[in-house]
Design a binder for this molecule. Sequence first.
Ligand code: SF4
Length: 348
Amino acid sequence: MNDTPLLSVDSLTTTFETDGGTLTAVDGIDFDVREGETLCIVGESGSGKTVATESVTRLVKSPPGQVEGTVRFRGRDITEMSESELREIRGNNIAHIFQNPQDALNHCYTIGWQIAEAIQIHEPDVSDEAARDRAVDLLDRVGIANATARFDDYPHEFSGGQRQRVMIAMALATNPDLLIADEPTTALDVTVQAQILRLLDELQDEYGMSILFVTHDLGVVANVADRIVVMYAGKVMERGGVYDLFERPAHPYTQALMECLPGKGQGDGGIPGSLPDPLNPPDGCRFAPRCDHAVDACRTGDQPEEIEIGDGHRVSCVYYQSGYDESTVADESLGTGTSTATGGVGDD
Ligand code: SF4
């Protein structure tokens, strides 16, 4: 892995015009994805992480959506590209896999035909026979047993886990530089989830691709991430390397997510309270209405500036600014260590 960003996202803001007014789903966030790494964006449902990744490749429908900011892929500004250039990037360089493969697969065509078609769209000179061979090879590579025979089966003849494997095969058909995986294992049981995560890890090594992984589940993050961006209500709360974040979760929201890990304080109960109304977010820190440590300064102005507290470890919380005692929120007892967090998810 090197440190050159494959993808650089700067001041990304995504709004939607609704009957109730302008809804800001993503509010001026920055992040980058380096060559060969897995960057995880984590946050509760509704935190804006899916909209952020869909904004990267302009999958957000406009209108009602409006995307602002800069997105650079290998130095080229995606936001300035024509539709045909964008299609080329989506077809050749950046692939998506989504939470529900049944929504992405066409139930009228066989699995093999759909993968072969993806190959031939990407490489029109490939013959039908060669595309079929490569599709069978991809099915085999993602762990579909008897791939040659299964080529002619339809999506409904596969289990949920197998369909997700097929989606991964389709994504790999274009040999992408960046795979955007949006909650790809959420609909699967824990055992299949672990298998899919392991498969993605193996394929990343084999294909040398970067992965932008979106999830609400910190347990999954511990298994796959090199670096983490924690999002809440459209803003970045904390970011850093996986070890730093798990050893020293600095933001009260990250700590609250940690508490929800199995065996921790909240268990499966979730974080008390709910996300703010995106049509009318609170002043100051977005997490203030749910934060036990909130003081008056948390409720005015904008989201606190991100403060660097370690190598690439940054946190948006007033307690890390000068004049405050960070030990008030820096609860060392919450550090889980990645080995603890991976328990249960990473094992078949
Ligand atoms: S800025 Fe204030 S409200 Fe926000 S996380 Fe820090 S202490 Fe809590």
